[in-house]
Design a protein around this ligand. Structure first.
Ligand code: HEC
Length: 83
């Protein structure tokens, strides 16, 4: 039982690290499915709350790719870390 808890704890930690690092490849893939990445780069330097709002607006559009909450958080994290 104790080892099972350790495994689960390790998985949660790994997922958390992926989010903290952000995900550039995923951001580029998701955000260029409708328009050029230049449009995204034009907004670099915004804070996380602003990206959160913008990504929410983009992904609410009809043709947006479906991604998980964790993937979405990784995309926002990466965008917010760009200057
Ligand atoms: C489903 C298609 C679609 C996807 C996916 C998409 N966008 Fe957009 N985006 C649009 C359209 C359409 C516009 C122009 C109309 C508007 O501003 O809503 C736009 C405009 C923008 C703009 C310029 C408008 C502004 O307010 O500055 C930015 C920045 C932007 N998108 C960022 C992103 C980012 C970041 C992602 C990835 C998370 C993304 N988009 C994914 C369709 C999309």
């Amino acid at each position: 039982m104790k080892s099972l808890l350790l495994i689960v704890g390790g998985l949660v930690l790994t997922a958390g690290m992926a989010v903290a690092a952000g995900d550039e490849a995923l951001a580029r893939r998701v955000c260029t499915s409708c328009h050029s990445f230049k449009r995204v780069e034009a907004r670099f330097g915004q804070d996380q709350a602003a990206w959160e709002k913008l990504v929410g607006r983009m992904l609410a559009k009809g043709a947006a790719p479906q991604i998980s909450d964790a993937e979405r958080a990784a995309v926002v994290q990466w965008l917010a870390s760009q200057k």
